[in-house]
Design a protein around this ligand. Structure first.
Ligand code: ZN
Length: 134
């Protein structure tokens, strides 16, 4: 894997979290985007080579709504950039990791993504992401 691409943070209110994180990092949100298939609205800040992804639930059945109900706001996942997501998924499957989907799915910010179950990674939800254009 190449680097940490972004850290995903589950928030109750995107509007107030955007104000907070723009102040905290002294950087602007460069994109907000709804990913309807995942039940989330996202906002991205670029901080050096890495990004912060703020995630708000867009419905009560959203995984983010469930996460916040269970654990409260906080770090939701860590995303790693990969060059070949299909090859990386195959490698991880062979190593015994549990993936949350069998094929890569379209994610926010022009990525193909796949998640690794937190049970496979010491309680941390891991996202693999590959630029959809590459
Ligand atoms: Zn993410």
């Amino acid at each position: 894997m190449n680097k940490i691409e972004h850290i995903g943070i589950a928030v109750s209110s995107l509007e107030t979290a955007i104000v907070t994180y723009q102040k905290l990092l002294n950087l602007p949100v460069y994109k907000t985007e709804e990913v309807a298939s995942e039940g989330v609205i996202t906002a991205f800040l670029q901080c050096g080579p890495n990004k912060i992804e703020l995630l708000e639930a867009s419905s009560d059945s959203s995984p983010i709504a469930k996460f916040i109900a269970k654990k409260g706001e906080g770090i939701h996942h860590i995303a790693f950039e990969v060059d070949d997501i299909v090859a990386e998924m195959e490698r991880l499957k062979k190593e015994g990791f549990v993936l949350l989907s069998d094929v890569p799915k379209p994610g926010a910010d022009n990525k193909l993504v796949c998640f690794v179950h937190p049970k496979s990674a010491n309680g941390v939800l891991i996202e693999l992401c590959q630029n959809a254009s590459s």
